[in-house]
Design a protein around this ligand. Sequence first.
Ligand code: SF4
Ligand code: SF4
Ligand code: FES
Length: 264
Amino acid sequence: MIEQPSMITMQLMGKRYEVPSGLTIMAAIEYAGYKLVRGSGCRAGFCGACPTIYRMADDHRLHTALACQTLVKDGMHLVQVPYVPVAKRIYTLDDLQPVPNTILQYYPEIAGCVACNTCSRACPQGIQVMDYIQAALRGDIERAAQISFECISCGICSSRCPADIKHYPVAQMARRLYGKYITSSSQHLAARVAQLDNGEFDAEMNTLMSMSVEQLKARYEQRTFETVAGANQERSATRQWGSAIDPVDYQDELEPDEAACSVS
Ligand code: SF4
Ligand code: SF4
Ligand code: FES
């Protein structure tokens, strides 16, 4: 007999909903009858499309999270932030030099950082955001690139910064400069690019492009992970990744609701 999850209460944009405990925020919103047409992408913590702001009952403080990676809690008051527009500066990487003031030239506002660390506290990836901004300010491109390596460009940090700093474009610029000019080149990558240029994968790609959606789904389900060293078995890939509870599991349980709202 399948154990039923206990129900908890959340508020979404001021409206109260009972949802099962154990869902991610994203799955809870869908369980409540909303269709996410924006603010949802990979559902796996990689794309940065699902920034969420919430506070708990009887607590004035705002918290930030990724909706696909954070479990809904009893008493959560939620709003979705579907997109954080952060103005990126235009440059051609080939024309730049990896010298200390390159980033500062394009993002001079980083000099206005007041070291409040709000950005680091807001980051759902646990990145020391202030540290990479300070590294960029010092011209330490390598350090800025390394600290920001797991940034997913959700923009939450920028939405909270009192100095109007565009954090993730700064981090992207540092990683681009680092990748092109500072780190050693990858022989494997060069070999793979040469294979692509020589058309070695064209036939396989054409086969995939000619398949129907159903055929592609079947192929996807059949795939296997590489065998982990020491573990003498291959695992089915299905549902090994993603959120604590796969939202798809709950979609079947949703009552069809013609009047379902769209969170965009
Ligand atoms: S939130 Fe802005 S001002 Fe505060 S530490 Fe981060 S970058 Fe600096
Ligand atoms: S550094 Fe900023 S943009 Fe990158 S993951 Fe953290 S909060 Fe999101
Ligand atoms: S949907 Fe991609 S990070 Fe949440």
